[in-house]
Design a protein around this ligand. Sequence first.
Ligand code: PEP
Length: 251
Amino acid sequence: MRKKIVAGNWKMNTTFQEGIDLAIEINNLVVEKAHKDVIVVVAPPFTHISEVNKAVDNDRIFVAGQNCATENSGAFTGEISAEMLWSAGADFVILGHSERRSYYGETNEKLKIKVAKALEFNLTPIYCVGEVLEEREANKHFEVIKEQIEKVLFDLSEADFEKVVIAYEPVWAIGTGKTASPEQAQEIHKYIRTLLTAKFGDAAKKTSILYGGSCKPSNAKELFANADVDGGLIGGAALSANDFLAIINAF
Ligand code: PEP
């Protein structure tokens, strides 16, 4: 059985206290009202991880980093390693978010190393893929996604591959209010699963593939109803505890 996952990416939002307050609010709602079969993840800024982890019920809510370094330790000012995330209480890490790819030069080559680092330190990578608008308009989206999947994941052992979660996030839908239609999401999710099945066989049936891009309470149900959509990576709507809960309960 594939796991249903809803993960909230807080990005660079909330002061420390606002973040703790939001975590407590989300925790109270999730513990009381969320569907029990959905894995809930929150990805606060690095500075909040340890306290957010203490503020939530660790059987119900998992904490994620939003990125990790390619190195384990050393003279890399400003970087946070996978081991540091793990030691602060994180269980997941978002890797390859389009904002990291476009603003911070994260290439597939770098992301391959980051995925390996995450796995080495027992973090579940939520590996993001997705095309920009020009690529979709030029009908290159399949090609782009294929490359993002093959270059980063195809050298993993089957045992490591089984630990990876994938998020399909069409870049034109992130933070824009434009959502991929349920058909567009299913088409790409199915394509990703086909690619993974060709390489990893039946293991790919168990891979959770999340949708991300302006997912909100009003459209989550129709997105999650698709056969290959196993949940969501949520940006803006994850900053409202009520909206986040509504998305979790959209399954
Ligand atoms: C994201 O940044 O991962 C995201 C999906 O953002 P939003 O939901 O705001 O489009």
